[in-house]
Design a protein around this ligand. Structure first.
Ligand SMILES: *Cc1c(COP(=O)(O)O)cnc(C)c1O
Length: 464
């Protein structure tokens, strides 16, 4: 739904394509023109197209530590970090070396290999899962986890939350139906109503709605899937006890609790978001999904969980799941090297950098009189351009949707011009890496006053 939110913003901003506030002349613009010829929208994933902010995307030529360098030679402080994976910074020497060595040994075997076992063991050691199956994308991980939950329980219904994104799985590209516990509607053309007829979409952080859904449909619910902390509508932490309640309701009704840690896993701490709530409160999800950080910048993802549930998976059990490049030796080497380097000290650095950036942004926006909320979920954070007088805290997708998007657009482009690359959508978390140092903080601090002033001066589209 985060992706869907971005997509809706996209459709609204469609007229601003190639005519946004910043005209990108130069090699990026020429490449984009070429890309538009051969790829829909010129991009291979929609949010990269800048449609929510206007203007045209920058083509990156290389990246190093906390910096991206575009094909025109501009340097940017990167606050996207490939949407999460690059926690050590770009082109970390140890990861590059491990990958170079691995590549010389061949790039894919279609047989079991050692690094995939080591990576699985590392994930099992850091999280409550007993076993994992490796796949190539977060989408595959959530799709497979849901199939497994349905196969294990013999039930069909899936409960998800508005604003939580779990990849572009048909049954999860769903919009809420007419009532709280009613069945969902397709969230995009191309998804048949049949694919979402077994999905129930509820408001995030609303335990009462979950109880109502279980009261009406408890015996048919296969699983509840949620982001461990929502990051795909901006950073929206679960309210105290929300995840624990989901876990308990699932257990009471014989459903499985799937915690999607594709974004939060191995980023907000060594055990992911579960390390901040379940580990402390004494509960564990039945299934978990991982991606992003665990691939170290390569396509690798995983789903895992209770041994008895995982035992239903082929070739041991009857639930089919497979993948030609699953557990790829290069991707798993990159992921394993990254995880082994992601020590407590690294997480402490991420927390510190994230806190510093949040404070700077909030200070600059307040000084310019821009209404906003800075919210965090562990070291994930985002800036919501809402009016705190109307929305004192963003707890759900409805709250996040009350942003003054014109302010974000102006802010985004001013930061970009000053060499800071933010997520090109107001519905995204910002990501830092352990390589973000004092120089980076200086660049951000000097960019902020002008960007905050631009946000303050911005007017909604269509008003002079
Ligand atoms: C990114 C993301 C996914 C999808 O992962 P892909 O690798 O893009 O398919 C799923 N769930 C969450 C929470 C994510 O952030």
């Amino acid at each position: 739904m985060g992706q869907l939110a971005r997509w809706s913003a996209t459709m609204e901003a469609v007229t601003s394509l190639d005519a946004g506030p910043v005209q990108n002349t130069g090699v990026s613009a020429a490449m984009f023109a070429r890309a538009l010829e051969v790829t829909p929208g010129g991009v291979n994933s929609p949010v990269r197209a800048f449609r929510a902010v206007g203007g045209s995307p920058r083509f990156m030529a290389r990246a190093s530590g906390p910096y991206l360098y575009d094909v025109d030679g501009n340097e940017y402080v990167d606050l996207v970090c490939s949407w999460g994976p690059m926690i050590l910074g770009h082109a970390h020497p140890a990861v590059v070396e491990a990958v170079q060595q691995a590549v010389t040994g061949g790039t894919s075997y279609g047989t079991p290999s050692v690094p995939e076992v080591e990576l699985a063991a590392e994930i099992v050691a850091r999280t409550p899962v007993d076993q994992v199956r490796l796949v190539s994308s977060g989408t595959e991980a959530t799709m497979s986890a849901i199939r497994l939950a349905r196969g294990f329980t013999g039930r069909d219904l899936v409960v998800k939350f508005a604003g939580c994104y779990h990849g572009h799985v048909d049954s999860l590209l769903a919009a809420a139906g007419s009532g709280v516990a009613t069945f969902a509607l397709p969230g995009t053309p191309g998804v048949p109503p049949g694919s979402t007829a077994d999905t129930i979409v509820l408001p995030y952080n609303n335990s009462a709605a979950v109880m109502e859904a279980f009261a009406s449909h408890g015996a048919q619910i296969a699983c509840v899937i949620t982001e461990a902390a929502a990051g795909n509508m901006g950073a929206v932490a679960p309210v105290d006890g929300f995840n624990a309640t989901l876990s308990r309701l699932c257990r009471e009704h014989g459903a499985l609790f799937i915690s999607d840690e594709v974004m939060t896993g191995f980023r907000v701490g060594r055990s992911g978001y579960w390390g901040l709530d379940g580990a402390v409160e004494g509960w564990s999800p039945d299934l978990m999904t991982f991606g992003k950080v665990m691939g170290g910048g390569f396509p690798a993802a995983a789903f895992g969980g209770r041994r008895d549930v995982m035992a239903r998976l082929s070739p041991v059990g009857p639930v089919y799941q497979a993948g030609t490049l699953s557990g790829n030796p290069i991707a798993t080497t990159a992921g394993l090297t990254t995880l082994r380097l992601a020590t407590d000290e690294i997480y402490a650095t991420l927390d510190r950098v994230a806190a510093t950036v949040q404070a700077l942004v909030s200070e600059a926006l307040s000084a310019a009189g821009v209404p906003h909320l800075v919210q965090a979920a562990g070291n994930l954070f985002s800036v919501f351009f809402v009016d705190p007088a109307e929305v004192p805290a963003v707890r759900s997708f409805d709250d996040a949707s009350r942003q003054q998007l014109h302010r974000f657009r102006a802010f985004f482009h001013a930061m970009l011009e000053a060499g800071v690359y933010l997520p090109p959508s107001a519905f995204e978390a910002w990501f830092v890496s352990a390589s973000h140092d004092d120089r980076v903080i200086d660049v951000i601090a000097s960019a902020l006053p002008k960007a905050a002033a631009a946000a303050a001066a911005a007017r909604p589209e269509g008003t002079g």
